[in-house]
Ligand binder design. Sequence first.
Ligand code: ADP
Ligand code: ASP
Ligand code: MG
Length: 402
Amino acid sequence: MLIVKKFGGTSVGDKERIFNVAKRCAEEYRKGNDVIVVLSAMGKTTDELIAKAHEINPNPPKRELDMLVTTGEQVSVALMAMAFDTMDVPSVSLNAFQVAMHTTRVHGNARLKRIDSDRIMHELEHRRIVIVTGFQGINKYDNYTTLGRGGSDTTAVALAAALHADACEIYTDVDGVYTADPRYVPKARKLEEITYDEMLDLATLGAGVLHNRSVEMAKKYGVQLVVRSSLNDHEGTIVKEETNVERMLISGVALDRNTARISVIGLKDEPGMAFKMFNLLAKAGINVDVILQSIGRESTKDISFTVSRDEADAAVEILKENMSRIGGKSISCNREVAKVSIVGAGMMSNPGVAAKMFEALYNQNININMISTSEIRVTVLIHEKDAERAANAVHDAFGLEE
Ligand code: ADP
Ligand code: ASP
Ligand code: MG
């Protein structure tokens, strides 16, 4: 069997944790399996490196930022190989160059395009554990790129897909995927299974337990994932196409604080305004999420939408520069907002799910700014101060607790 095992930052946070991972992987290796280990940077290393960059330059060149943060993963893989060495387990650490993990050009948020399997296969044939840096890639200019925060999950899934692995296991600091982030919803319950589609929505809407692109890729290539703890042997959560468990109405609640609401007031009420505005943002690579258009005064209209908080300044700047073209009167930006979403395939065939969510918020006297829905999710934008109370109330209302 070929097994890909990915360990996140906390799981390799210090010496003890590194040896814990090494032992788990060595056990697998000694059973005769081929093992690829994908690692994140230790603990909070990536955050610290980004902070260091900003001490030197508040707006660091993206190429250089990638050059810096990719060092984090390189430290982890080298230390892991040293740990295996003390255990007389043959291993080799490889970075994105050595494997050749090709990505798109863009820095900070590149997409994996192709992985060369030759080097890894060669090492496996020599019965070595192969330890690969997560999160990083190289582009066609031979520069380092990164896959976006949390991107090591995607490295693992991509390797599992490219090498047709028999299993892809994502080890983290919780026992699996829960009905909500157990850090702020104490009653959250671990799910045995979840579908790719539900997991993709949860991940995209703020459940940071998996990088959303890793789920997208797992679905595309049919890679079944297991999310489980690196610190115990509890069974984790299986992420797959169809689940066998009786379908619940809602499988989870997600909370995302990384959002800001931008409102453009007094746009001309004529065809093409939304196109012009969102096209400007799209060209700048800014992702727009919830959108609300309303009738303004004197045949004008107002459009509000959300973007991730780190892109809010850039979005406002672009729109201000182009105010005369789109004809708006004013722009405002509110960063004190959060998105709370419910996700579940069960809501497709059950009317009244959204109403139930709104009732739970009403009972808590929480005001809703914006609403957006799809077949399997409902998202509301609320004041950030209400975020955790809202998530808990909604979680309770749908009876998701143990
Ligand atoms: P790693 O470093 O292992 O990749 P992350 O911090 O990226 O770990 O992801 C694990 C964290 O995701 C958990 O500690 C948990 O707080 C958070 N999380 C958010 N939503 C969920 C959820 N629905 N289920 C489980 N964990 C979640
Ligand atoms: N180290 C990277 C991050 O913190 C990638 C990862 O952990 O998946 O975002
Ligand atoms: Mg992660």
